[in-house]
Design a protein around this ligand. Structure first.
Ligand SMILES: *Cc1c(COP(=O)(O)O)cnc(C)c1O
Length: 217
């Protein structure tokens, strides 16, 4: 699928849901993709990208940003505290804030660096053992603890279980966001972004549908 095709499908889903056209931001997930494919999407004019790993992003984005200075990158994958400083310098937003220790580290570094990326709190809506994120039952308390640390919490993020209907998870996310006054919802990937848009996603994270399958070689 082409980038413009994805954008058209997002617009259509926004209209069908009675949402304002263009409210959903498309994050093109470029992890593991060859540089030529990423450059092709940059050449098409797209400027918002997502990466899963600090190291991988650090290895390619500073060079891309020399040519495309307005390109922005969001971190979508888990973040170790010892990489928080580097992440805060590289990324415009971090979607994987998921524990008190990381919140405390980011708060301390924000003081020191004088800036902080936008932060999304990851919610483990499927309560899966192997997945990161706060449990739905702990979300309200964690959001309020992060706000007490003056962290810029702009949204929530989830990755639904692969074998469940994603809409149920997206609806739960919207409920948690609404009752906490959180504006952003980072949800929806290649297979389900239209469902996410229907349920209020402000950011969809689409990789393989734009770039093709990832080759982990
Ligand atoms: C890889 C990844 C995506 C994109 O997945 P696709 O199925 O290729 O669209 C989105 N979000 C996160 C957190 C990811 O790790």
């Amino acid at each position: 699928m082409s980038l413009s095709e994805i954008q058209a499908r997002i617009l259509k889903a926004e209209e069908a849901a009675g949402r304002a056209p263009g409210v959903t931001q498309l994050i093109a997930v470029s992890k593991v993709q060859p540089n030529e494919r990423v450059e092709a999407v940059l050449d098409e004019g797209h400027r918002l990208f997502g990466e899963n790993k600090v190291q991988e992003a650090a290895g390619k984005w500073p060079a891309f940003q020399e040519t495309y200075p307005d390109a922005k990158v969001h971190l979508l994958g888990p973040l170790q505290t010892n990489k928080a400083r580097q992440a805060m310098q590289l990324f415009e937003a971090i979607h994987s804030l998921d524990r008190p220790k990381l919140a405390n580290t980011i708060a301390r570094l924000a003081q020191e660096l004088g800036h902080c990326p936008d932060l999304f709190i990851q919610v483990n809506t499927g309560e899966e053992e192997q997945k990161a994120g706060v449990l739905p039952a702990d979300a309200d308390a964690f959001i309020s603890d992060c706000r007490a640390l003056d962290l810029p919490i702009v949204g929530l993020m989830c990755i639904p279980p692969v074998d469940e209907e994603p809409s149920l998870h997206f609806a739960l996310m919207r409920k948690i966001a609404e009752r906490n006054g959180v504006a952003g919802l980072s949800m929806g990937m290649s297979g389900d972004f239209e469902k996410a848009v229907a349920l209020g996603a402000t950011h969809v994270r689409v990789g393989s549908a734009i770039f093709g399958a990832r080759d982990y070689g």
